[in-house]
Design a binder for this molecule. Structure first.
Ligand code: NDP
Length: 317
C-alpha cells in the first residue's frame, strides 16, 4: 500500500491521484469499478445513459467495488434534473460536472454532502467553478478528446494558469496517458491527473472493439478539433470527419452542420463500431497507445512510471 497522500487523494479517499475520465459510450460500471479497485478514481460517464441505464450502472458499480467512485454529468444533458435526483437516491458521493455553468447545481450537490468537481478549459471558468463552491477543478487542455474548450489552450499552458488562478486542487487532463506525462503535469502544479483516451483502450471500457483497435492503430496527426461552430470536438479522422471538414471548408452554416451530424453519431462510432460513418471522439495521446490493457494494469503502470520518474526526472546523457 502506497503512503502517497495529497489534497486530491484525501478529497476522494483514494490511493493514487489517477482519475479515469467519464467518457460517453466507454465508461460504464465495469471500467469505473476496475479503476477504483486498482486505487484510482473510476467514473461512470452519465452523458450517454438514460436514467434507468445509469441506475443499473450505479447499482452494479456499488456491488463491484467498496472503494470510492464518481459520476460525470455533462450539464447540457437533456434530462439533467432526473439524473441529479437519481444520484441523490443512489447516494453517489462524488460528482464531476462538465459542459455547462457550475453555478447551476454545485450548491445543491454540496448541501447534500456530495464532493463536486467541475471540468474547465480556462482560468476564467476555473475561478467561476471555485466561486460556485467546487471542491476541485479538472483543467482540460486542447489535446483532449471529445468536447473541448473554444480557446484551444494546451495542457502545458492551461495547468499552470489554472493553478495560479484558484486555491482549490487542480487535476490536469488532456494529453496524459503515461507516468512521465503525469509527472510533468504534477510538476506544473496539478495534484492529480484525469485520463480518458488511455482508458478507452482498456479491456473494461464499454466502447466497441473496432473503436478500441482504431484508437491504438492511430498515429500522430490522426485527430483533429472540428465543429467549432457547434461544440468543438476532437475526432479521429474517418469518412465522417472528412465530410465535416469538406463542409466546414465549403462554409457550411450551423444548420447544415447540425444536419450532417444528425443524431446519435457518437453512439454509432464509439459504441456500435461504425468506423466510417460514426463520430470517433479521442484525444491526441491516442498516438502513443499501442495496446488494449486491463484498467487495473493501466493504473499500476502509470503509477510505477510516475514514481520512477519522480526519483530520476531528467534524462541527462
Ligand atoms: P445526440 O443528440 O446526437 O444523441 C443523443 C445520444 O445520447 C443518443 O445516442 C441517445 O441514445 C443517448 N442518450 C442518453 N440519454 C439520453 C436522453 N436522456 N435523451 C436523449 N438521448 C439520450 O447527442 P451526442 O451523442 O452528441 O451526445 C450525447 C451526450 O453526451 C450529451 O449529453 C453530450 O453533452 C454528451 N457528450 C459529452 C462529451 C464530453 O466530452 N464530455 C462529448 C460528447 C458528448 P439512444 O441512441 O439509445 O437513444
Amino acid at each position: 500500500m502506497s503512503s502517497f497522500s495529497n489534497r486530491v487523494t484525501r478529497l476522494f479517499g483514494i490511493q493514487y491521484p489517477i482519475i479515469q475520465a467519464g467518457m460517453i459510450w466507454a465508461s460504464g460500471w465495469r471500467l469505473a469499478s476496475a479503476v477504483s479497485n486498482a486505487g484510482g478514481l473510476g467514473i461512470i460517464g452519465a452523458g450517454s445513459m438514460y436514467p434507468d441505464v445509469l441506475r443499473e450502472h450505479l447499482q452494479k458499480c456499488k456491488a463491484a467495488t467498496n472503494r470510492p467512485f464518481a459520476v460525470n454529468l455533462p450539464l447540457l444533458y437533456p434530462e439533467i434534473d432526473k439524473l441529479i435526483q437519481l444520484l441523490i437516491e443512489e447516494e453517489v458521493k462524488i460528482v464531476f460536472t462538465s459542459a455547462g455553468n457550475p453555478k447551476l447545481w454545485t450548491s445543491f450537490l454540496k448541501e447534500r454532502g456530495i464532493v463536486s468537481v467541475h471540468v474547465v478549459s480556462s482560468s476564467k471558468f476555473a475561478r467561476k467553478a471555485e466561486e460556485a463552491g467546487c471542491d476541485a477543478v479538472v483543467a482540460e487542455g486542447f489535446e483532449a478528446g471529445g468536447h473541448n474548450g473554444r480557446e484551444e489552450t494546451t495542457t502545458l499552458v492551461l495547468v499552470p494558469a489554472v493553478v495560479n488562478a484558484v486555491t482549490i486542487p487542480v487535476i490536469a487532463a488532456g494529453g496524459i496517458a503515461t507516468g512521465r506525462q503525469m509527472l510533468a503535469a504534477m510538476v506544473l502544479g496539478a495534484e492529480g491527473v484525469q485520463m480518458g483516451s488511455r482508458f478507452v483502450a482498456s479491456e473494461e471500457a464499454s466502447s466497441h472493439i473496432n473503436f478500441k483497435k482504431e484508437v491504438i492503430r492511430s498515429e500522430e496527426g490522426d485527430t483533429q478539433l472540428m465543429m467549432k461552430q457547434l461544440t468543438p470536438v476532437r475526432l479521429l479522422r474517418n469518412e465522417f470527419s472528412r465530410q465535416v471538414k469538406e463542409a466546414e471548408l465549403g462554409g457550411a452554416t450551423v444548420e447544415e452542420l447540425k444536419n450532417l451530424l444528425g443524431r446519435a453519431r457518437a453512439k454509432k462510432g464509439m459504441f456500435e463500431g461504425d468506423l466510417l460513418e460514426g463520430e470517433l471522439e479521442i484525444g491526441q495521446v491516442s498516438a502513443l497507445l499501442d495496446s488494449i490493457l486491463p484498467a487495473g494494469k493501466i493504473v499500476g503502470e502509470v503509477w510505477e512510471e510516475f514514481m520512477n520518474g519522480l526519483k530520476n526526472p531528467l534524462k541527462i546523457s
